[in-house]
Design a protein around this ligand. Structure first.
Ligand code: ADP
Length: 366
């Protein structure tokens, strides 16, 4: 097992700069997920770590050794792809052991590694089947087994669950997490799915346009996003953004959305934002769970307002409500018994103790 380090790594394809100087330290045993929209450079980054793409600039180290010029087969990594490409004429056991047999491992060693990996992945009963006799999820497990038996320094996953249906994706996510808890191999995992990133990762690396926007634990990214991009990418439904500015009224600080609507800030927030210029164009960032039905005797910082709902989505344990707040579409999460109906008014409240304030121009979270 090993740590993985990227130093100022750049990848250029002719005139396209796909990866623009990435610095990343992945600790031994760590599970790191690279996430971002299509085309942000995450697969290219993974493929450079694997050695499947040359790097244009910078250094990549695995276990402390610079591997820039080391061919993939000598990097001691195992990669699991979206298209897991099992050999159709081989059994599960033969597929899993293929790499070890090529390297002339002793038979007993191969058998014990395959048996152990099959046990870990709960596919012992399938060991003599051919791939066509397996479900998609079972094939995915075999592909993981093939990586595990090699006992590599690093696992690399490139969107391994994209071909599976939604239910199976959730199951396999849990399987991958369990496997990592057992083998503890350093893992770099690429996905465009922020839920997958949040649920699997020790740390998430959010990428955008070939750069790293933010690195953090799932909770850090959710609660302390650094930029509007991260704030809107992490979390579903996404954070709401409403243009606003700060104003002083009788020695108190308000956040004003329009001529008609302003909310007084709770003391902790007023202290935090008090030194910001009152002329700055800002955005109030508020997650849907902090927009709920108004209740009597609400805590300080929870401010009521009236909305007319455009659309409601009953989810069972909660109802999502969508409405326009002074020109911005906003999503809230209300109790299923709150009486939310399409086209009807509802008294809602916003929890300003959990608000974010962003610079509208730079997108920085303040
Ligand atoms: P992601 O995995 O985040 O979807 P990629 O790493 O695949 O993104 O691609 C990043 C950028 O590099 C994209 O703009 C893509 O079009 C470009 N790119 C990827 N591979 C090549 C290639 N072989 N030649 C030219 N451009 C490429």
């Amino acid at each position: 097992m090993a740590d993985v380090t990227l130093r100022k790594v750049v990848k250029r394809y002719d005139d396209v700069e796909a990866v623009r100087g990435i610095d990343l330290d992945i600790a031994d045993h760590e599970f790191v997920v690279l996430v971002g929209p299509s085309g942000c450079g995450k697969s290219t980054t993974l493929r450079m770590i694997a050695g499947l793409e040359d790097i244009s600039d910078g250094d990549i180290m695995i276990g402390g050794d610079v591997v820039n010029d080391v061919p993939p087969k000598d990097r001691d990594i195992a990669m699991v792809f979206q298209n897991y490409a099992l050999y159709p004429h081989m059994t599960v056991a033969e597929n899993m052991s293929f790499g070890l047999r090529l390297k002339h491992y002793p038979k007993a060693e191969i058998k014990s590694r395959v048996t152990e990996a099959a046990r870990m992945l709960d596919i012992t009963d399938l060991i003599d089947r051919k791939p066509k006799q397996l479900s998609g999820g079972q094939r995915q497990r075999v592909a993981m087994g093939r990586a595990i038996v090699r006992n590599p320094k690093v696992f690399l996953f490139d969107e391994p669950l994209s071909n599976l249906d939604a239910k199976l994706r959730v199951q396999m996510r849990i399987e991958i997490k369990k496997v990592h808890q057992k083998v503890r191999t350093t893992t770099v995992y690429v996905t465009h799915d922020q839920v997958e990133a949040m649920t699997l990762a020790d740390r998430v690396v959010v990428m955008n346009h070939g750069r790293i926007e933010q690195i953090g634990t799932p909770n850090e990214l959710y609660h302390k996003p650094a930029t509007r991009f991260v704030a809107s990418f992490i979390g579903s439904p996404a954070m709401n953004f409403v243009p606003c500015r700060l104003e002083d009224v009788a020695g108190k600080l308000n956040v004003r959305l329009t001529d008609r609507l302003a909310f007084p800030l709770p003391p902790a927030r007023a202290a935090r934002y008090g030194s910001l210029p009152r002329t700055d164009k800002l955005l109030l960032g508020i997650r849907p769970e902090h927009v709920m039905e108004a209740r009597p005797h609400a805590e300080p910082g929870i401010e009521p307002f009236d909305a007319v709902l455009d659309v409601t989505e009953p989810m069972g344990m909660e109802t999502l409500v969508y409405f326009t707040l002074e020109g911005s579409q906003v999503c809230g999460r209300v109790n299923p018994n709150a009486g939310a109906q399409d086209g009807s008014p509802l008294r809602l409240a916003v929890d300003l103790n959990n608000m974010h304030l962003l610079n509208e121009v730079t997108g920085a979270v303040l």
